[in-house]
Ligand binder design. Structure first.
Ligand code: SD4
Length: 296
């Protein structure tokens, strides 16, 4: 029997990990645990980068992306969903109830309706107010000159878990880059970019600037390094360094990864400081400040 583990991105996962833990330790499946973590954050209106409360695109529309994965053959994703909140569960439905890997926009929404998912308004009053003030700034100073820290801030919930049977699972859910160009889809719903799980070699989930992970297949690369024999921390380091080398980085760009192997080894690492992760290996989840490769 393997020791159960849940490792999730950002401090907002503290409550989410706590809520998913009892079922996992009672013999539940790792896939249920990572789905529960993401659903918890999707419901949290305080989180402005995932689900309800997520900030909209440049036209004021909230669009969500998500992915679940068990193996190269078993994954499901949705992207650009504007009508349904629980996109992680919808991604799981794509995996379990369709022959496909990724459904986008209106097609994903139609699939959601057909499979009994409830439609929800995703734009909260707070997110609308933040959008309107961004729009007013963009109108007065021009879209090229708006505060980059506002534009670049974006945090995905990503979660990896291992259950008592030694099964690894991963999931992630995001509203993507705030005030993004309509139609923009990031790394999270694309397997290999934002999430990759191999049942024997390991798993990796990413958060940060999606365009970087999309250029370097970062999550796949990290697991590939594990397959070639690297320890988890070393695998994450190589994938982050390679991603940074292959791009010209802006001052706000971040690449942050979680990794786990079926033997229970795990690591968390980021390019720049500021990343946080939450580990559950007992009843009380622990907030972790992972090592960063750069100091600023
Ligand atoms: C994206 N990578 O859509 C996601 C956002 C994110 O931390 O992870 N932010 O680019």
């Amino acid at each position: 029997m393997t020791e159960a583990l849940i490792l999730s991105t950002w401090s907002f996962a503290l409550e989410a990990n706590r809520s998913a833990w009892p079922a996992l330790t009672a013999g539940g499946a790792s896939l249920d645990a990572v789905e529960a973590v993401c659903r918890h954050v999707e419901e949290d209106t305080e989180v402005d980068s995932v689900g309800l409360g997520g900030l909209p695109d440049a036209t004021g529309s909230v669009t969500l992306d998500a992915c679940v994965m068990l193996s190269p053959a078993r994954s499901g994703s949705v992207c650009a969903v504007s009508t349904h909140l629980h996109v992680t569960s919808l991604a799981r439905a794509v995996m379990e109830r369709s022959p496909h890997k990724l459904l986008a926009g209106p097609g994903a929404e139609r699939f959601a309706a057909e499979h009994g998912f409830e439609a929800r308004e995703l734009l909260t009053d707070e997110a609308r107010a933040t959008y309107e003030s961004w729009l007013a700034d963009a109108d007065s100073v021009g879209p090229q000159n708006i505060d980059p820290s506002l534009e670049e801030h974006h945090d995905t919930v990503g979660s990896l878990a291992l259950d008592a049977s030694g099964v690894l699972a991963g999931a992630c859910s995001t509203s993507g880059m705030r005030f993004k160009t309509p139609g923009r889809v990031g790394d999270s719903p694309i397997t290999g970019h934002g999430l990759w799980v191999h049942p024997e070699h390991g798993a990796c989930v990413a958060t940060g600037s999606g365009e970087l992970m999309m250029g370097s297949n970062t999550a796949f690369l990290a697991v590939e390094e594990m397959r070639r024999g690297a320890e988890v921390a070393e695998a994450l380091k190589r994938a982050i360094e390679r991603t940074a080398e292959e791009h010209e980085l802006g001052p706000e760009d971040q690449v942050a990864l979680l990794g786990m192997r079926p033997d229970g080894s795990w690591a968390a690492m980021s390019l720049r400081p500021g990343f946080r992760a939450v580990l559950s290996s007992g009843e009380e989840p622990a907030l972790i400040e992972p090592e960063s490769i750069w100091s600023t």
